[in-house]
Design a protein around this ligand. Structure first.
Ligand code: PHE
Length: 342
């Protein structure tokens, strides 16, 4: 068989292979089989060694021409396969930019935040400044300046997270009272929201981390009547004119006299329900007239000034406001629960 026929044979075999080929990797294998070191056309080129010097140039020309033809065939097929691959990929990845879609879901404010915003809006409306203090607090501010000296029984170590002998996680927002009295001159009218910590159990009404909103007013001639009037105004503003407060005597070392305050149950409006255990009242805060000893320790003359303070439990308010029966829901971050508050 002559060289021409040989080349012809290789080419027709190749054309046949290529016609049913869909895979680029296979195409490269075929290229090797023909043009590679051990390829059929390469073998033909090698066989030229056996030809006489006169025959070689013509044979060389034939083989080179065949090689070019075959290369062109392979390249053409390669481009066709590449184009097809691109086409398929574009089909797969196609995005219809005109397709209407659902907007991504955005977060909601936490019910505690919603309730706090309402309380702070009401308090700022009554002339209170919002002031914050640190959560990791010195013993001095959390206890001593609030008339709770070392070894005072109200400083129950079981309730307090100690960081070291002189540092605690604040057990209430009252230390912000002390900090403010030391840094501002009366008249003072502040509201201090924040996180507080107590070594408590976790159940439907207790958590080791919760929130309070402290109020402090100091001026000339401030009386218990102002305290009652302020709290009445606050809660009527928040929950309606039929809401009342009821004072019960209590004790806090930093206020004298002290009281615990109940609110008309905002769920049944005082008629009695499960939430208020049939009493029509809900306890929401502790308060009192600032103890003159505290004023003195904080650099305010108790003969010139008097004041009142209160500490509202935020979770209480939030749960009442939204009819939430288990406090744990406020901390678990369950999206199904949180999404309800818009
Ligand atoms: N700090 C008190 C508590 O955590 C509440 C309180 C605040 C009482 C201000 C009186 C005055 O229980």
């Amino acid at each position: 068989m002559g060289i021409r026929e040989n080349i012809e044979e290789i080419r027709t075999a190749l054309e046949k292979q290529l016609s049913s080929l869909n895979d680029i990797k296979q195409l490269e294998e075929i290229r090797q089989q023909v043009l590679g070191k051990k390829g059929t056309l390469t073998a033909l080129l090698r066989s030229m060694g056996q030809l006489s010097p006169e025959e070689r140039p013509a044979a060389g020309q034939l083989i080179n021409a065949g090689r070019e033809q075959i290369s062109a065939l392979l390249d053409e097929r390669f481009s066709a396969l590449k184009a097809r691959e691109r086409e398929l990929k574009m089909q797969r990845d196609a995005i219809d930019v005109t397709e209407p879609r659902e907007l991504p879901r955005i977060g909601t404010l936490h019910p505690n935040t919603l309730a706090l915003d309402e309380v702070l809006a009401a308090l700022t409306g009554l002339g209170f400044d919002v002031v914050e203090g640190p959560e990791i607090e010195l013993d001095r501010f959390n206890f001593e300046l609030l008339n709770l000296p070392k070894n005072h029984p109200a400083r129950d170590a079981q309730d307090t997270f100690y960081v070291d002998d002189n540092t605690v996680l604040r057990t209430h927002t009252s230390p912000v009272q002390a900090r403010t009295m030391l840094s501002r001159k009366p008249p003072i009218r502040i509201a201090c929201p924040g996180r507080v910590f107590r070594a408590d159990e976790v159940d439907a009404t207790h958590s080791p981390v919760f929130h309070q909103i402290e109020g402090l007013v100091i001026d000339k001639d401030v009386t218990m009547g102002d305290l009652k009037g302020t709290l009445d105004a606050l809660f009527k503003k928040l929950y309606g004119d039929d809401i009342e407060t009821r004072f019960r005597p209590s004790f806090f070392p930093f206020t004298e006299p002290s009281a615990e305050v109940d609110l008309t149950c905002i769920s049944c409006r005082g008629k009695g329900c499960r939430i208020c255990k049939g009493t029509g009242w809900i306890e929401v805060l502790g308060c009192g007239m600032v103890n003159p000893k505290v004023l003195e320790m904080c650099g305010i003359d108790p003969h010139e000034y008097t004041g009142f303070a209160f500490g509202i439990g935020l979770e209480r308010i939030t749960m009442l406001r939204y009819g939430i029966k288990d406090m744990r829901l406020l901390y678990e971050g369950d999206e199904r629960f949180l999404r309800q508050f818009r």
